[in-house]
Design a protein around this ligand. Structure first.
Ligand code: HEM
Length: 182
């Protein structure tokens, strides 16, 4: 999936926009509220993890729907005025976002499988397979480091969108906005 695979369209379709903003909202919630989990008393943590794991797995599923939709409906081309380094940076950061966002729920799942408490996505099933302190520790660290990488990428993404809108004054942000007129 790359920015070269673009269409003649000038803006994103409704499905791509909806998926983008649902995932964006979920990521903001997860990347802010997630840090409080460690401080909760055990019973409250297990209850909160029902919501955390459900939203996280939903992000995972939504990302594959996004990839499928993007393949069938290539994004509009980037503006001609962008220098080559910005096009490359944009490609890297978008690929990075897809990669690390998809990786995060997998690391959360790994952590939950070896925790000494239950994790029940959607309240439907328990992913815990029995406590293993070493594996729990490894996945816990990776889930935390990946969350920090994601925060950095999201901030970069946001900064780039604002730069396009307010400095370059092009349509890059507007074409992704729900009612953006391009
Ligand atoms: C978009 C997806 C996700 C994001 C952004 C996310 C984010 C976070 C963050 C920021 C933390 C706090 C890290 C720390 O304090 O060390 C955390 C903790 C945790 N997450 Fe996730 N998470 C996601 C998905 C999942 C999934 C799908 C699961 C389980 C199936 C999960 C299970 C956990 C567990 C067990 C903890 C640690 C609780 C503890 O402190 O013991 N996460 N997550």
């Amino acid at each position: 999936m790359s920015e070269e695979t673009t269409s003649a369209r000038t803006k994103y379709d409704g499905v791509a926009k909806t998926l983008h903003w649902i995932v964006a909202l979920l990521m903001i919630v997860m990347l802010t509220a997630g840090w409080t989990l460690g401080d909760l008393p055990l019973d409250e943590k297990v209850q909160t993890l029902v919501i955390h794991s459900s939203l996280g797995l939903s992000v995972f599923i939504l990302m594959f729907i996004r990839l499928y939709w993007r393949r069938k409906n290539p994004p509009p081309a980037l503006p001609d005025h962008m220098p080559a380094w910005q096009v490359t940076a944009s490609k890297f950061s978008h690929h990075g976002l897809y990669f690390f966002v998809i990786l995060q729920p997998l690391l959360g799942l790994g952590q939950s499988m070896y925790a000494d408490f239950d994790v029940r996505p959607y309240g439907a099933f328990n992913v815990n397979m029995g406590a293993n302190e070493t594996l729990y520790g490894i996945f816990h660290e990776l889930h935390e480091i990946n969350a920090m990488i994601l925060i950095a990428l999201v901030l970069l993404h946001l900064g780039a969108a604002l730069y396009h809108h307010f400095v370059q004054k092009d349509t890059v942000l507007k074409r992704m906005l729900p009612y953006g007129k391009v």
